[in-house]
Design a protein around this ligand. Structure first.
Ligand SMILES: Cc1cc2nc3c(=O)[nH]c(=O)nc-3n(C[C@H](O)[C@H](O)[C@H](O)COP(=O)(O)OP(=O)(O)OC[C@H]3O[C@@H](n4cnc5c(N)ncnc54)[C@H](O)[C@@H]3O)c2cc1C
Length: 311
């Protein structure tokens, strides 16, 4: 049963720890005293990083609370300090068109996205763009296209898989995969096999006539053949195809994302995601993201804004 997503799912899947013993060892080595009022590593880490710049500990420590300390960092635009605070989010229920825009954010981000070459998309899900949501006729058009694309995808992968199992293709894949290895003299060996070396033409003849050889070559090339079939067949899947992506970003990078993609000019699906990310990060690290306001627009969608842009 095909699923049609209307909103991204956002999971917090990685956060930092700050090993207190080593922090204390550093403070003891320097004869320094650090007073702060938060246990949250997302807050403590950038505060310590900022304090290192001026060694503002003990008597030189002005602010004793983390919130005003980080607020000042943001106010003066000392954004590199925020790069020490890192969080990983996992997004599902988002479209390939969204991730095409998401991965344009380079600085301070790392990505791991579901592979359409390795993962079979026969039962792929899809995302309904916000502008289409709720309009039965338009949703129907989108769903018809998605169902049709799945049918063509399935037929293409089957036909390609069949073609790739023909004797010559099997031998080509085996060479590419290292299942047949060339030795001096132009003969090819199966590293784990017991037979002697054979020319490629001989292997092809055997692949067509000898059932055992054919079976073995099919087994040795199955992953590569499936991957090749999928990488071609995915061309017919629409931008609306659902994907999953694991994103690690530092606080400065996440702030830039929230500003660029939470803006009213941003595309509607990624804008909704930016607002959800903003809410999640405000909960995780209010002292780093608390200056953002999320407004509801007349059309019911949301946008983000802050007076501290691009710190
Ligand atoms: C509303 C909207 C419309 C868009 N339309 C289009 C479009 O039509 N076509 C299109 O191709 N893209 C478009 N984009 C994408 C946009 O051009 C950026 O690629 C994307 O927003 C990432 O921004 P960034 O480069 O600032 O982010 P990041 O890559 O995360 O960089 C963050 C910051 O680091 C600095 N930086 C990063 N790399 C370099 C570098 N190599 N040299 C110097 N400084 C660097 C810059 O200050 C940059 O702002 C659009 C974006 C938005 C929000």
């Amino acid at each position: 049963m095909t699923n049609y997503f209307r909103r991204a799912r956002v999971y917090v899947v990685g956060k930092q720890v700050m090993p207190q013993a080593d922090v204390q060892r550093f403070l003891d080595d320097e004869g320094a005293v650090w007073i702060t009022d938060t246990d949250n590593p997302a807050h403590r880490i950038p505060e310590l990083a900022g304090r290192i710049c001026y060694m503002s500990f003990g008597e030189k420590q002005g602010r004793k609370e983390n919130a005003p300390y980080l607020a000042n960092i943001i106010e003066v635009g000392h954004g590199s300090v925020l790069e020490h605070s890192v969080i990983s989010l996992l997004f599902t229920g988002i479209s390939r068109s969204l991730t095409h825009e998401l991965v344009r954010h380079r600085a301070g981000f790392g990505y791991s996205q579901l592979s359409q070459r390795y993962v079979d998309e026969t039962e792929a899900n899809f995302v309904v763009p916000p502008a289409i949501q709720g309009d039965t006729a338009l949703e129907g058009m989108l769903k018809d296209l998605c169902e049709q694309s799945l049918k063509v995808y399935g037929a293409l992968t089957d036909r390609l898989a069949e073609r790739m199992a023909a004797p010559q293709a099997l031998v080509d894949f085996a060479v590419k995969e290292g299942a047949l290895v060339e030795q001096p003299g132009g003969k090819f060996f199966m590293p784990d096999g017991d037979g002697g070396g054979k020319t490629l033409a001989e292997w092809q003849r055997l692949a067509g006539s000898d059932e055992a050889t054919q079976k073995q070559l099919k087994k040795l090339t199955i992953r590569a053949r499936r991957k090749s079939a999928r990488e071609a067949a995915r061309a017919v899947l629409p931008n609306a195809t659902e994907t999953k992506i694991f994103v690690t970003g530092n606080a400065r990078a996440w702030r830039h994302f929230i500003e660029m993609r939470g803006d009213t000019h941003a595309e509607a699906e990624i804008r909704a995601l930016a607002c959800d990310v903003c809410r999640v990060l405000q909960k995780e690290a209010p002292n780093l993201f608390g200056d953002y306001v999320i407004d509801r627009m007349p059309d019911g969608s949301e946008r983000t804004r802050t007076i501290h842009r691009k710190v």
